[in-house]
Design a protein around this ligand. Structure first.
Ligand code: BES
Ligand code: MN
Ligand code: ZN
Length: 494
């Protein structure tokens, strides 16, 4: 999709659909429609909106054909709602929903009017449109799906007083990163193995100018990363650890954020095997790694001011004569011995080595992202991320970032009373504390590997996939975490 900048008045541009933002409670809707539209058309749109009960709620849209009365074949109203949630969130949802509606109506060329949008939110409007129109079509080579041709917007023109090339570049970078994470989550595990994930990471690193080093199984043995090795043993696709690094041009101020991603390319549960239903979505158990890679991919383009080291812990949790078993003991990189209660609690094992590796490489704070527990879905429902942190400052800053971009996040406790549940019998620590407080005991486990650093853990098991299509994209990988982390690192709305 091509994105172009225009300094022409939005209503004067010829296109298949003109997207106009409208807010709730800003007076009669007609007063928010551009005066450049012919009076009769303005009246007609306002009348249709009223009859259709359109209240300009955030993410609500209405598509109105202009019947030859304007250069645009259709007008799509994009409801931005009323102040409450952050402006960047409301604006991105509004443009996402409107762009989807325009696409579904058959529009190939779309004009985004950002006339009434504050300059600081224009990039969010563009990102919203590009995320909303995301579609996973890699396996629809014919261009058709279920007998109908796949609809695509080919050209997006950004017009209006706040339209700038830098807003376009920023919006494209952010949406590009989110959509990259989605592509990876949506890709089946037969082609997205630990090794192929590493190859994709190398391509990303080379294109973006990032440092990269991939530790294969032999290299992992050399550093004593036996926890990730144990998880990967049952698979014909060997595990690997992907180290990436970004340094700001001025070198930064000594702070190094260590991002650690769980990247289980498929989770069968191992010998603690999952049920049929439980296994179905497990190609997406690498969403934490995907988000980390996606964030790294745009740090140079966005001019991130802080240094970031990434560690992606890639393995496939399979069954074979070589697989690890319940009751096995794995010795992690920092010497902690882990008693395997469940081979299905594999995420915390790969992260144990990843956190220690990130700390030893020089991170000054650690943030891990992981589709870690089903229990977080029970606690917070679909669509919310559980945040656990050893540091109130780090937690507050992550919550502020998630609020700016509109990714739901909720802080969870690290009750020390629950430590009891993961005390080992024959090893130092057990990898499962049972059902009660399952997300908390998982986080308490991870905390043993933070090596004294401020640490935060984002459990994205409930938020890494959209269960249904919405303003920001279709059912499937959501790319969650990417915008929150970018907003955290840049300390601004994105
Ligand atoms: N990958 C799963 C968690 C998960 C569940 C992600 C649902 C996405 C949707 C993780 O590896 C897992 O299996 N966790 C177990 C832990 C238990 C054995 C202690 C779980 O949540 O049941
Ligand atoms: Mn598992
Ligand atoms: Zn898993």
């Amino acid at each position: 999709m091509e994105t172009v900048l225009s300094h022409v008045e939005p209503v004067a541009l010829v296109c298949d659909a003109l997207i106009l933002p409208v807010a709730t409670g800003d007076g009669p809707l007609i007063d928010q429609l551009p005066v450049g539209l012919p009076a009769g058309l303005r009246d007609g749109i306002a009348m249709l909106a009223k009859e259709g009960g359109f209240a300009a709620k955030a993410g609500s849209t209405i598509v109105v054909p202009t019947l030859g009365l304007a250069p645009a074949a259709r007008v799509v109203l994009a409801g931005t709602g009323k102040p409450g949630r952050s402006a960047a969130d409301r604006v991105s949802r509004a443009y996402g929903a409107a762009a989807r509606a325009a696409r579904d109506a058959g529009a190939k060329s779309v004009v985004l009017s950002v006339e009434e949008i504050p300059d600081s939110d224009v990039a969010s409007a563009i990102a919203g449109a590009l995320m909303g129109c995301y579609d996973y079509t890699a396996y629809h080579g014919t261009g058709r799906r279920n007998g109908t041709s796949i609809k695509r917007i080919e050209q997006v023109t950004v017009a209006g007083s706040g339209a700038t090339q830098s807003a376009i570049d920023r919006g494209r970078a952010v949406a590009g990163a989110v959509n990259l994470a989605r592509d990876l989550v949506n890709e089946p595990a037969a082609t997205l193995t630990p090794a192929s994930f590493a190859e994709r990471s190398k391509a990303v690193a080379n294109a973006a100018g990032l440092g990269i080093e991939v530790l294969d199984a032999t290299a992992l043995e050399a550093i004593g990363a036996n926890a990730i090795l144990g998880v990967g043993k049952g698979s014909a696709n060997p595990p690997c650890m992907i180290r990436m690094s970004y340094r700001p041009k001025d070198g930064g101020d000594g702070r190094v954020v260590g991002l650690v991603g769980k990247c289980i390319t498929f989770d069968t549960g191992g010998y603690s095997i999952k049920t049929h239903d439980g296994m179905l979505e497990m190609k997406g158990d690498m969403a934490g790694g995907a988000a980390v890679l996606a964030v790294m991919s745009v740090l140079p383009a966005l001019g991130c001011p802080v240094a970031v080291d990434a560690t992606i812990c890639a393995a496939e949790n399979m069954i074979s004569g070589e697989a690890f078993r319940p009751s096995d003991i794995l010795t992690a990189m920092n010497g902690v011995t882990i008693e395997i209660i469940s081979t299905d609690a594999e995420g915390r094992l790969v992260l144990a080595d990843g956190l220690v590796d990130a700390a030893r490489r020089g991170a000054t704070e650690l943030i891990d992202l992981a589709t870690l527990t089903g229990a977080i879905v029970v606690a917070l429902g679909d669509g919310a991320t559980g945040l656990f942190s050893s540091s109130d400052d780090l937690a507050d800053n992550l919550l502020a970032a998630s609020g700016r971009v509109g990714e739901r996040m909720w802080r969870m406790p690290l009750f020390e009373e629950l430590e009891e549940k993961i005390k080992g019998d024959v090893g130092d620590i057990k990898n499962s504390g049972g059902r009660a407080g399952g997300s908390i005991t998982a986080a308490l486990f991870l905390q043993r590997f933070r090596e004294g650093l401020p640490w935060a853990h984002l459990d994205i098991a409930g938020s890494s996939r959209f269960e249904r299509a919405n303003a920001l994209g279709p059912k499937g990988g959501s790319g969650v975490g990417v915008r929150t982390l970018l907003s955290y690192l840049l300390v601004e709305a994105i």
